[in-house]
Design a protein around this ligand. Structure first.
Ligand SMILES: Nc1nc2c(ncn2[C@@H]2O[C@H](COP(=O)(O)OP(=O)(O)OP(=O)(O)O)[C@@H](O)[C@H]2O)c(=O)[nH]1
Ligand SMILES: [Ca+2]
Ligand SMILES: [Mg+2]
Length: 731
């Protein structure tokens, strides 16, 4: 089997390759060739076998590593040994690699090689360079073959046809002219290769047939598959259609339902709307009715309006007329008020003048009285002289005493009567001053001679002589009466100075100490001094006059205060006031002269009812307490309620706490007085008649307040005629 002839063995040697190859690789590679050899030995010519051997040798040369196949790079390694370019080698490789898998199996190599080899005319051309040239020649052969085709005999034609039939080529080849040409060429040129070619063709065609059958099978399978697919698709399509249909139906069903529901709903809504519309229509009708009524009303109202406008115009005209009238009336009223005011002022001034003349008259009377006293004193002196003269003539005593006792009449009268000279002083005094200090008060200005029950006892200073008392009328406005001339007798005075001088003269007369009037007790004697207290610094007539009533418990210092205010002096041991007394003082308040008529009342309990009557005509009231006497402060409330009872709260009240100089004996704290004043809306001062502290200030405050109040009232009266409210005193 592996016994090659000499030619085959010599070939590798000629090529000069494969010297280093192991028997193992060689053996393995030879195996496919062995099978070829077996076939060849049966059917092929010795030339074909030779060519196969050559091919085997070349394969082994190329497959230097004995892998059993040749890769492209194995072929490229031959580049140095063969006179072929890399490109040519590549072409050779591609030509041999029939299935194009990138490597050459020994079969591929041998088949391709033999094919190549048989296609060469000259088998001796072994050189690869020559092979390339041979390819060109091949083309020439082909063309030549075509030329020779016409010459092909009928016998050959039949032979070829037989071959083709045997091979079954008709089934796989459409155009067999190429094969025919090649076959003829080969038959003619290389008849020994014809069988090879035929074998090759057989194999090719069988393969082709197989491939054809396979293809047919595949086509058939494909058709079946397509049919199955078609069927499936049809099925799917039908299913889908069914599904779509059912879906559609369902959808339609749902849609219908929905539609029905919706339509029902809409119908209901429509119904509602229709009802609403009906209601609205009714409403509209009603409104239209109302509108018409209103329209009608409007017309009526318009007419009424016009009427009212006319009435309004008339009224306006009337109003204008009335307002003019009112203005006139107001002007008249104003002038009347001014006139009234003027009259009031004139009246006040009249009153003041009357008071003043009265004072003057009183002063004249007092002077007269002084003169009479002087005369009395003189007469007493004379009597004393006579008395001493008559001492010696005791025989005449009894007769003269009897005649003295028979005298009666006025005080002045007895001095005028020359026979009364020897009358006992004590007896005379007894007659005149028989009424004790606390005498009663006469309305007509005459002294009351009866003794009041329970008041006959003399004071602690012993039995006092009966002094002349001041008696004043308590008519509401006493001044005109005072002018009537009923005061020659009552308005007397007992000046202390005079009494003191009397005392000096009459000191030796034991049984007649009546004019020794300096009181041993501070409350011992009544005081009756009247003083016209005219402001020296105000020569002009005062603008207005205010009546001020002075009240407070006995001995708080009212009379002392007034004396301090009017005369600017203080007399200790002032006697208690009997009834009522008054003084007038003009003061300057804010550039206007204000006359103050100050009524000094008696603080003693028994005179309260008289005092009460004086409040009614008062413009202002002064309530005084003694700050060293708690009881006098506690009585303030009573005094205030008396005032209020008489005049309400229309008069301003000044509260005075007197005897501030006697701080040591203070019993009423200042705060209490202040609080009381605040609670009752009073003006408040603490003062001292003794030192003169706050006497002027407090009274000026009250005077200013009265003036301002009056100014306000006047202004208000002129402006509207409204009554003025009472002003706050302490503010
Ligand atoms: N220490 C001091 N004693 C005063 C003061 N004012 C008055 N007196 C004395 O108090 C006593 C009473 O004074 P009057 O002024 O008579 O009191 P009155 O309030 O007028 O008394 P009636 O007339 O009885 O209401 C007198 O002894 C005064 O000397 C004063 O300011 N200080
Ligand atoms: Ca291959
Ligand atoms: Mg007094």
């Amino acid at each position: 089997m592996a016994a090659p002839d000499g030619r085959v063995v010599s070939r590798p040697q000629r090529l000069g390759q494969g010297s280093g190859r192991g028997p193992k690789g060689r053996g393995a590679c030879l195996h496919p060739l062995d099978s070829l050899e077996q076939k060849e030995t049966q059917e092929q010519t010795p030339g074909q076998l030779d060519m196969l051997r050559k091919a085997q040798e070349f394969f082994q040369t190329c497959d230097a590593e004995g892998k059993g196949f040749i890769a492209r790079k194995d072929m490229q390694r031959l580049h140095k040994e063969l006179p072929l370019s890399l490109e040519d080698l590549e072409d050779v490789f591609d030509a041999l690699d029939a299935d194009g898998n990138g490597y050459l199996t020994p079969e591929e190599f041998t088949t391709g090689f033999s094919h190549f080899f048989f296609s060469q005319n000259n088998p001796s051309q072994e050189d690869a360079g020559e092979q390339v040239a041979q390819r060109h020649e091949e083309k020439v052969y082909q063309s030549r073959g075509n030329e020779d085709l016409g010459d092909m005999g009928e016998d050959e034609e039949a032979q070829f046809q037989m071959l083709m039939d045997r091979l079954g080529a008709q089934k796989v080849l459409e155009d067999e002219s190429d094969v025919k040409q090649l076959w003829l060429q080969l038959k003619k040129d290389e008849p020994h290769l014809l069988s090879n070619f035929e074998d090759f063709l057989t194999r090719i065609f069988s393969q082709l047939q197989e491939a054809h059958e396979e293809k047919n099978e595949l086509e058939y399978a494909l058709k079946r598959k397509i049919a199955a697919y078609d069927e499936e698709i049809q099925h799917l399509y039908e299913e889908m259609e069914q599904q779509i249909k059912s879906e559609k139906e369902q959808f339609l069903l749902k849609d219908t339902e929905r539609f029905q529901a919706r339509s029902q709903e809409l119908e209901q809504k429509l119904l509602c709307k229709e009802q609403e519309l009906e209601q609205l229509t009714q409403k509209q009708k009603r409104l239209e009715g109302q509108c018409t009524a209103l329209h009608h009303d409007k017309h009526e109202t318009k007419a009424e309006n016009t009427k009212l406008k006319l009435t309004n115009q008339e009224l306006a005209r009337e109003l204008e007329r009335t307002s003019w009238e009112l203005q006139d009336a107001q002007q008249q009223l104003e002038s009347l008020q001014q006139e009234a005011c003027k009259l009031h002022q004139e009246k006040e001034m009249e009153v003041y003048r009357v008071t003043e003349s009265l004072q003057r008259e009183k002063a004249g009377l007092l002077k007269q009285l002084d003169f009479l006293r002087e005369r009395n004193k003189h007469l007493r002196d004379e009597r004393d002289i006579c008395f001493q003269k008559n001492k010696a003539a005791k025989a005449n005593t009894a007769a003269s005493r009897a005649s003295w006792k028979k005298r009666s009449g006025s005080v002045i009268g007895k001095y005028v009567d020359g026979r009364g000279i020897l009358r006992s002083q004590s007896e005379e005094e007894e007659e005149v001053f028989s009424i004790p200090r606390r005498s009663s008060l006469g309305l007509s200005g005459y002294p009351l001679t009866e003794e009041e029950p329970g008041t006959g006892e003399p004071g602690p200073g012993g039995p006092y002589p009966r002094p002349l008392r001041r008696i004043i009328s308590i008519e509401e406005d006493p001044l005109p009466q005072l002018l009537d001339g009923g005061f020659e007798q009552p308005l007397s005075k007992c000046p202390e100075e005079e009494e003191v001088s009397d005392q000096g003269v009459q000191g030796q007369i034991q049984e007649a100490p009546p004019l020794k009037l300096t009181p041993t007790s501070p409350r011992g004697q009544p005081v009756g001094k009247e003083a016209v207290c005219k402001e020296e610094s105000s020569p002009s007539a005062p603008d207005r006059l205010f009546k001020i009533v002075f009240v407070g418990n006995s001995a708080v210092g009212k009379t002392s205060f007034l004396r301090r205010f009017c005369e600017d002096r203080f007399s200790p041991g002032m006697a208690a006031t009997v009834g009522i007394d008054y003084r007038v003082k003009t003061v300057n308040v804010d550039d206007s002269q204000v006359a103050l008529q100050l009524w000094d009342t008696a603080g003693q309990e028994r005179y309260r009812c008289i005092t009460q009557q004086f409040f009614r005509k008062a413009d202002g009231v002064i309530v005084m307490y003694d700050l060293t006497d708690k009881q006098s402060f506690l009585s303030v409330r009573r005094w205030l309620s008396s005032v209020e009872e008489a005049v309400g709260d229309r008069v301003p009240v000044l509260l005075l706490g007197n005897k501030l100089d006697n701080e040591k004996e203070r019993e009423v704290p200042r705060g209490l007085g202040e609080q009381l004043a605040k609670d009752n809306n009073l003006i408040f001062y603490e003062c001292s008649a003794y030192s003169g502290h706050n006497t002027k200030e407090s009274l000026l405050h009250l005077a200013r307040f009265l003036k301002e109040q009056e100014d306000t009232v006047r202004e208000d009266t002129i402006q509207v005629g409204h009554p003025a409210k009472k002003k706050s005193c302490c503010g």
